[in-house]
Design a protein around this ligand. Sequence first.
Ligand SMILES: *Cc1c(COP(=O)(O)O)cnc(C)c1O
Length: 475
Amino acid sequence: MDFDQARYSREDLYEPLLSEKNSTRVETGEGDSPLPDDLTRDSVELPDLSEPELARHYTRLSQMNWSVEMGPYPLGSCTMKYNPSFTEDVAADPNAAVHPDRSVRSSQGTLELLYDLQDYLGRIGGMDAVTLQPPAGAAGEFAGILVAKAYHEANGDDRSEVIVPASAHGTNFASAAMAGYDVVELPSDDDGRVDVEALDAAVSEDTAALMLTNPNTVGLFERDIVEIAEMVHDAGGLLYYDGANLNALLGRGRPGDMGFDIMHYNVHKTFATPHGGGGPGAGPVGVVAELAEFLPKPHVRERGGSYELYDPERSVGKVHGYLGNWLVLVKAYAYIARLGDEGLADASAKAVLNANYLAENVDLEVPYSPFHHEFAATAGDRDAADVAKRMLDYGVHPPTTKWPEFVPEAMLTEPTEVESRDSLDDLAHAFNASLGDSEEELEGAPSRTTAQRIDQTDAARNPRLSWHALDDGEE
Ligand SMILES: *Cc1c(COP(=O)(O)O)cnc(C)c1O
């Protein structure tokens, strides 16, 4: 067994169901159930296990999967960084468990925290007002585009199009379309940025907004951003900033200063909440002063030393229950407060340094540079997905593959600021060792993981979420 196998192999892990371990039949008692007879049982089979057996069961299950607490998770665009556990402690404080129906008078501390977070995010993004309500980046995009729409409508301005670069995240297209706009797709120019000439041709009095990610999805800073903002504004349109890549800019550049009018923040990418698996996130939306009256309701404000909820005058309405995903916002608040201005700027510096260090040590071409916090390498004549599957055998999670599409066999890699030099070296080793392996080994990968290659499309579209589905022989 070589070094990698000894350290990482999980292929032999097997864990039976709790019910397959020791269990006992327990009588349920008779007669007093309000349920129909065919829904009740006289007895049930329950696992009969000691605490260590139970703890080991769940720990072993967790070992069969991958997590950011096991090793790096360099999924480009997603910013899968390690989130410090002190933020979890803060969120788990019993005092944080406020009932959302509590009166404003008895939840002043909650409102103060939300108010301060609105303020922090506003200052970080250069925005005048921030709503914390949307529960994800995509939901923030949708809310932000609704704000743009309400603004144009209030001006009696009938606009039908939203411009989105071809390299944008799929949610940008979807959010604009859901808000009722025709989506105009903008090609990238030869160096991977917005094609200013194509933008000039696309912008018109029909343009409601241009949605941009900066640095964009291959990590490039849009150098012409001031000119781009001017072009969109001259045509009466608004500029929307997709904040998923804010990790690269923290404490260094502010979307508001670049000319953006609306932005969302992916709290679960930039500000300490585990991202992925569909868990709760938050996608606050910031806007310039002119758009504040259209923000979702209610909004938190301060009046004479106390905090209150109010409905912005021409609000687009509610976009989530109550005030948003409260405990996710608590974690973001704790993270920002702990890091402070210097800590946030340091995070972005390290995110950019780590991406550049890693790219330098990976035997792959990176067609677009200078990149910031992430880079899109091309696997060349290898299949990016095969290389990625092989990387699992070397004990790391692979990067995002085959996206963005304009990079052939893309491996979009974002190590994030939290990785040490040792762990970046491990990552580079996994890339390079995989690239050195035969075509056959790549196609058969992964072979050292608990589950081997699965049909990803089928797993995403037809998930079997219950053990019974397998029991019933359902395919
Ligand atoms: C993740 C991401 C989004 C969507 O954010 P969610 O919180 O996953 O809904 C939008 N744009 C970019 C560039 C992203 O990486």
